[in-house]
Design a protein around this ligand. Structure first.
Ligand code: ATP
Ligand code: MG
Ligand code: MG
Length: 381
């Protein structure tokens, strides 16, 4: 019996565990919150990631370890990797945890990125604004997620307010200033690389955000084959450069026909949740196969899928369940503003069928605004 250890016990760990059950796997999650949503299904060590004694116990109880949380301290990941196989590697994790390191890597690999500059001080912010131009976004290098730890500057005159908001983070986590990209679309590649180097990617996914949090995903994205191929090639380059093992996502902006890389997530990704119902093999199952050194499953899509995130609180499930192609995912979390508490995926054989189901469910839920950009895309706008 193989036990997979997961650092982080959120919904990603929960969906990993659900997808690993048919493989006969056992799981142990480590998370410092008592009510971690994966802990409702699988054994949980309630402990901080820096707790050496807990990490030691975790290491003795698992055969292989992975993450549902990208901000596990690099030292904890390294300490664990000296005792048990850890995938992705602590080095890959370290690069992906730092926006400056990941953008520098992308640039070295010839992957276009928005203009960026490191910021370490108030004077450094002025110099970075002069170099990058406005509008721009100041971000913490580490620990940001769901758009947290970011400040948008319209003009150089916003520097003082931006520094007041994020300057305190400069010493602890470092800051990066990025050019604001007036993108037409946001896309992501979710990909997997096995222990033997085999690489597979799911089709390009289009994503829409609301206040910095993913709101809806549509896959396969409508994109010409050359763009698809370019995006997948970028993901392959990143995976190979990091000798990456497991699933990761590369977030891209499409701006005037050019793909610009925003960031990578060194784990299964929200924009890949549609693969549970909408692909031959889900991102969760393939992540487990990769970290265990098993053959990877096919990533081909089964028709078209749209995933809608439920942020803050769950709507009424019945409108989704009433659709034959609607699938409901409740993470078992208590409601809280800005928190991802569940999602729904609609999967259909054709765009017309998918649009019809989305239209009906959104009307019943009063969620027309959330699905409007998806419907516009499906209807060819
Ligand atoms: P995630 O939850 O995806 O990890 P995050 O907090 O790491 O989010 P980003 O992905 O960098 O942050 O930013 C969140 C969103 O803000 C992006 O998906 C995009 O919509 C917008 N955004 C970020 N950077 C830029 C940029 N340089 N230009 C334009 N929009 C941006
Ligand atoms: Mg991120
Ligand atoms: Mg992002």
């Amino acid at each position: 019996m193989t036990t997979v250890g997961i650092l982080g016990g959120g919904q990603l760990a929960r969906m990993l565990a659900l997808s690993g059950a048919p493989l006969g796997l056992r799981f142990l999650v480590m998370d410092n919150t008592e009510d971690a949503c994966a802990g409702q299904f699988v054994p949980q060590l309630v402990a901080d990631y820096r707790d050496q004694a807990a990490l030691a116990e975790f290491a003795t109880r698992v055969d292989v370890a992975t993450f549902d949380f990208e901000n596990v301290p690099a030292e904890s990941a390294q300490w664990l990797a000296e005792r048990v196989p850890v995938f992705p590697s602590p080095r890959a994790l370290a690069v992906a945890q730092d926006r400056l390191a990941e953008k520098t890597l992308f640039r070295e690999l010839g992957i276009p990125v928005p203009a960026f500059a490191a910021v370490d001080s108030r004077a450094g912010l002025d110099a970075a604004i002069a170099a990058v131009g406005t509008p721009c976004i100041l971000k913490t290098r580490r620990l940001g997620y769901d758009g947290k730890g970011q400040f948008r500057l319209k003009t150089a005159g916003d520097a003082e307010t931006a520094w007041a908001a994020l300057g305190a983070q400069a010493r602890a986590h470092g800051l990066i200033l990025e050019a604001f990209v007036p993108f037409q679309r946001e896309l992501s590649v979710v990909a997997v690389r096995g222990r033997d180097g085999e690489f597979r990617a799911w089709p390009l996914t289009e994503n829409w955000h609301d206040h910095g949090i993913l709101s809806a995903s549509l896959a396969p994205a409508s994109a010409d084959p050359a763009l698809q191929a370019a995006a997948l090639e970028q993901a392959r380059k990143v995976a190979e450069a990091l000798d990456y093992v497991g699933v990761f996502a590369l977030e891209l902006f499409l701006c005037d026909g050019t793909l610009l890389a925003n960031e990578m997530a060194p784990r299964v990704h929200n924009s890949g949740h549609w693969t549970i119902e909408g692909a031959e093999t889900s991102q969760f199952q393939n992540h487990l196969r990769a970290v265990l050194g098993l053959p990877l499953g096919a990533t081909r899509p089964l028709g078209s899928s749209c995933m809608l995130n439920w942020i803050g609180e769950l709507p009424d499930a019945s409108a989704v369940l009433a659709e034959p192609c609607g699938h409901w995912h409740d993470y078992g979390k208590s409601p809280r503003q800005g928190r991802k508490v569940g999602h729904a995926t609609f999967r259909a054989d054709g765009a017309g069928e998918l649009a019809g189901a989305l239209d009906r469910a959104a009307a019943a839920l009063g969620r027309q605004a959330q699905v409007a950009p998806v419907l516009a895309r499906l209807r060819g706008a």
